[in-house]
Each structure stands twice: as C-alpha cells, then as structure tokens.
Design a binder for this molecule. Structure first.
Ligand code: IPM
Ligand code: MG
Length: 365
C-alpha cells in the first residue's frame, strides 16, 4: 500500500498536459503515492448532465488530497446547448465543478503564492513575493441567486425600491467564514516570517459584508502584535499593487476580490504559467494551477506546466513532505534562473514535458 492516495483529476483541455508533466516530477521525487484518476469537467456535463459525477465525489472522499488540472466554465445559457439532446430540458443546471468541490468539501482557504522567480523573463518587477489568501466558500460565490426574483422578496422592508425585473446575486459572508480565512492568513504570516498582512475589502461602500470582514480582521490582528496589519479598498489596492508591489506581503480577501487580485498578482510574476492554488480545508486539500483549460492548446503539450508543478509543491508541504517540497522548489528555481529551458510563454520552444523533464533532472535521482 502506498503512503498516500491522491485523486488525479485532469479535467478539460490542457489539464491532462499539465498533470502529465507534474507526474514526471512527482515520480522523480519518489513520492510514495498512488494516483487514482477521476472524471470531472465539460465532457461529463455534455454526456451525463453533471461535470462532477457522484463517483468523483466518492473518489475525493476516499483519498488524502487531489491534484486537479483545468476546467472549462461557461455561462449556463451556453452550457445547456451542449448537453446531449436526450438530456436537454430535463432540469440539469450547470455549476462550475471546481467551485462545487471547494464548497462541498469546505476547502475554505485558497492560497495563491505569487513570487517573481529570479531569471523569469516575464517578471513585471523583480523581488515580488506576495501570497494571496482568498476565502473560498462564500461571498458572491455562495450561489444564492434569483432571476426572476420571487414576489415574496419584495415584501421584505427595504426591498420595495428594487425594480421588479432585477436579477439578484447575494453576497453572503459569515463571521465564521471571515474568521477562519483571516486567521489562516495571519498564522501563515507568523510561521513563515512574513512582515505584514493586508485586508482587501470595499467596506466604504459594501458596508454589511465587507464591513464584517474588516471588523473581524481588525480584531484578529490584535492577537498578532508582531505583524503589521494593514487594509485597503480593493480598487485602490489594484493601483498600489502595480505601483509598489514590494509593499505587499500577505493579502487576505473575500472570495471575489481574492479571485480578481490573485490574477493581477499572478500576472506580475509571469502570468498563467506561474499562478498556482492550494484549496485547503481542515482535512482535505485540492491543488491546481490557477489558469483555465486553454482548449486551443489541448493535447499539444505546449503550455507551461510550472504553475501546476508549484501546486504540487504546495501539496507536498500540506502532506508534511517538507524535504521533497524543498527539493522541488529548488529545482524549479534553478531551471528558471538558468533560462535554458523555456516554454513558449517565456519566449522559448520547450514543450510541456521537456520543461517537466528539465525540472526533474535538477532533482536528480
Ligand atoms: C479561479 C477561477 C475559478 C473561480 C473559475 C474557473 C470558476 O477563476 O480558480 O480563480 O472563479 O474561482
Ligand atoms: Mg480566477
């Protein structure tokens, strides 16, 4: 029996390309793991009316953690037209399977490191090293949405001024949801010798929900006197991030702002090929590149696998395999610094698997 059972979920498009690459480095590290493939993504929506079939939920329940490739997400109006004809009109509703996994397994931390590796030609500026902690289960992602809005809604006091033909998506933030992500960000900062945690919000306008997030942030900050606690409105933060990225260290944000600023931060350190996510709960975690499924490159083994390999490094850390995580990180650093092997986004012509191979060769063994 292997030490770890890892759900292996390639998903759509280039998901398989980048997971194949990641397997090369994990095998070179001799991680004692069994990789169990699972079905997820667009193909299963079209054929079965469910992009996250029940058998995959069971697989997740029976594994230690998951590596996930990429997913195609389309608005439901488009999704419906791609169902098998015999499934159409039967009430199937498309919801992004990755958002569902995060919520159903309560993977409330989305950790997204954005570090400018030395020698990466795509760095916006050198020495950027930001880690985004994005709340991953609630906020505007709660999935509480109405269109049309039911009659009884307008009977609530204060709602009468909402036009009858409005569409409504609720931003739902709970004290528990705010507290656990904020605490995770501070704990990470404390244990990793970080200096500062910045709370991202829009509490000047969105008073109830973001006001709650900021209030809880200020309370928890008091428990960490050794760390600088700072906060910023999300709009102005975007400007400052571009102007003075070195002023930021750990960012903590509600779900949607976290989604947006993590793309901005990823772009400052090389873009899609470098943005990785760890979705972490109390007893399960799923690791993925932040990028989408890039269908036009599917199966061409052209895209940069480094984002997924960084995600695998976070998986090793989460499993407690610190030594392996460090070997992998060093190997990634050295391939980027040398600059001999580069994928197309970095201005080179190495394939996905050649990049993985180059990283594996640095590991040795
Ligand atoms: C991300 C992605 C997802 C999200 C999409 C694919 C549903 O943008 O992981 O950042 O919005 O969370
Ligand atoms: Mg996103």
């Amino acid at each position: 029996m292997a030490k770890y059972r890892i759900a292996w979920l390639p998903g759509d498009g280039i998901g398989k390309d980048v997971l194949d690459a990641t397997k090369i480095v994990l095998e070179r590290l001799k991680l004692d793991a069994e990789y169990i493939p699972g079905d997820i993504g667009w193909e299963f929506w079209c054929k079965e009316g469910d992009p996250l079939p029940e058998r995959t939920i069971q697989l997740v329940k029976n594994t230690d953690c998951a590596m996930f490739g990429a997913i195609t997400s389309k608005p439901s109006t488009v999704a419906d037209t791609e169902l098998l004809p015999e499934l159409r009109g039967k009430g199937y509703v498309y919801r992004s399977p990755i958002v569902r996994i995060r919520q159903e397994f309560d993977l409330y931390i989305c950790k997204r490191p954005c570090r400018a590796y030395q020698g990466n030609p795509l760095n916006y500026k050198e020495n950027i090293d930001i880690v985004v902690f994005r709340e991953n289960t609630e906020d505007l992602y709660a999935g509480v949405e109405f269109y049309p809005v039911p009659e009884e809604f307008f009977r609530i006091k204060g709602m009468e001024r909402v036009p009858k033909d409005a569409a409504i998506s609720l931003k739902v933030n709970t004290p528990k949801g705010c507290e656990r992500i904020i605490r995770a960000a501070f704990e990470f900062a404390r244990t990793n010798n970080r200096k500062k945690v910045t709370c991202v919000h829009k509490a000047n306008v969105v008073r109830a929900t973001d006001g709650l997030f900021l209030k809880i942030f200020n309370e928890i900050a008091k428990e960490y006197p050794g760390l600088e606690a700072d906060n910023a409105n999300v709009d102005s933060l975007c400007q400052w991030l571009l102007k003075r990225p070195f002023n930021y260290d750990v960012l903590v944000a509600p779900n949607l702002y976290g989604d947006i600023i993590s793309d901005l931060c990823a772009q400052m350190v090389g873009g899609l090929g470098f943005g990785a996510s760890a979705n972490i709960g109390d007893d399960y975690a799923l690791f993925e590149p932040t990028h989408g499924s890039a269908p036009k490159y599917a199966g061409m083994y052209k895209v940069n696998p480094i984002a997924t390999i960084i995600a695998a490094r976070m998986m090793l850390e989460w499993l407690g395999e610190e030594g392996l995580a460090q070997s992998l990180e060093k190997a990634v650093e050295s391939v980027i610094r040398e600059g001999k092997v580069r994928t197309y986004d970095m201005g080179g012509n190495a394939t996905t698997l050649e990049m993985a191979q180059a990283i594996a060769d640095k590991i040795g063994g």
